[in-house]
Design a protein around this ligand. Structure first.
Ligand code: GDP
Length: 297
């Protein structure tokens, strides 16, 4: 399970504060030292940890104690609020365009889970929000990617728009949108090409699609298991493409959680969804507060 080590350590640290009638500056310092180590061990970005600990310290030292809480509980509350904030605070919503269809562009490196997530997102929009999505296969470099999306479409009984590998991705996207209007689809989700590494050709192509299609959302799919790499990938995609949100996949694995805890702080873009397994119904909206509660117990 994700975050196990971090959760254990933070809960252990917080336990020392529970029920404390008085929390000294020394207690706060000891607590933040342990929180700092736990976060670093969970592979959270160094600078993110530093800022986090500074904020907790500032707020926890010398704060007024609310009548309903013991000082110990109050400090724990500060840690929880800051952890929630770190992951994005409020849970963010998915865009709905004034003009149907709403267009979502999925981007990411190969193997991150982009194609699977494209299917999962369509499934979630249909199931939870009663929407009628159209999937678009715009990865023209790998015939296998088109087949994979078509297989997913069949499994979900959601149509897939494809034009093979000879067409240009911008044309594919534009024709897919025209088709969506004709067939009254209210969401179009475009699965774009991925590469093994961030490279200029990939970014050029994605920028072209973005400029021409003007999507309502650009979701970057990153693999939580890759830790700091996921954060670096998010940073470069955001610089080049100005993404609107992140989908963190493989949170069901034993990731240490560093990516989940650093991405918002580093890119200032929210994590919108979390992939929790290989199955097509294993995508959840990302709730920062719930995640913080899970980590702190
Ligand atoms: P793409 O190259 O980015 O399109 O990646 P794929 O969609 O082909 O996914 C790569 C692998 O990751 C596949 O085996 C997926 O089943 C798996 N995968 C995707 N999302 C998740 C997830 O949330 N959890 C787990 N455990 N596996 C996932």
């Amino acid at each position: 399970m994700a975050f196990e080590g971090l959760a254990d350590r933070l809960q252990e640290t917080m336990k020392k504060l529970t029920g404390k009638g008085k929390v000294s500056e020394q207690d706060v310092k000891e607590m933040t030292r342990e929180v700092r180590l736990a976060l670093l061990e969970a592979d959270v970005n160094f600078k993110v940890v530093k800022d986090f600990v500074k904020r907790v310290k500032e707020r926890a030292i010398g704060q007024e104690v609310m009548e309903s809480l013991t000082p110990g509980q109050q400090v724990i509350k500060v840690v929880k609020e800051e952890l929630t904030d770190l992951m994005g605070g409020e849970q963010s919503k998915i865009a709905v365009s004034d003009r149907s269809p709403t267009v979502i562009m999925m981007v990411g490196l190969q193997g991150a889970g982009k194609t699977t997530t494209t299917g999962k997102l369509a499934n979630l929009l249909r199931k939870k929000h009663n929407r009628k999505p159209l999937l678009v296969a715009a990865d023209i470099y790998r015939p296998a990617a088109i087949n994979q999306l078509e297989t997913i479409g069949r499994q979900l009984d959601i149509p897939v728009f494809a034009m093979g590998t000879d067409a240009n991705p911008v044309d594919i996207a534009n024709q897919a949108i025209a088709k969506a209007k004709e067939d009254h689809h209210d969401y179009v989700i475009i699965d774009t090409a991925g590469r093994l590494h961030v490279d200029e050709n990939l970014m050029d192509e994605l920028q072209q699609i973005k400029t021409n299609v003007k999507p309502d959302e650009v979701f970057l799919v990153v693999d939580a298991m890759t830790g700091q790499d996921a954060v670096n990938v998010a940073e470069s995609f955001d610089e080049q493409l100005d993404i609107s949100g992140v989908v963190l996949t493989k949170l069901d694995g034993d990731t240490r959680g560093g990516a989940a805890l650093s991405i918002k702080a580093v890119t200032n873009k929210p994590i919108k969804f979390a992939g929790m397994g290989e199955k097509l119904d294993e995508l959840e909206q990302f709730h920062p507060e719930r995640m913080a509660s899970r980590i702190l117990g």
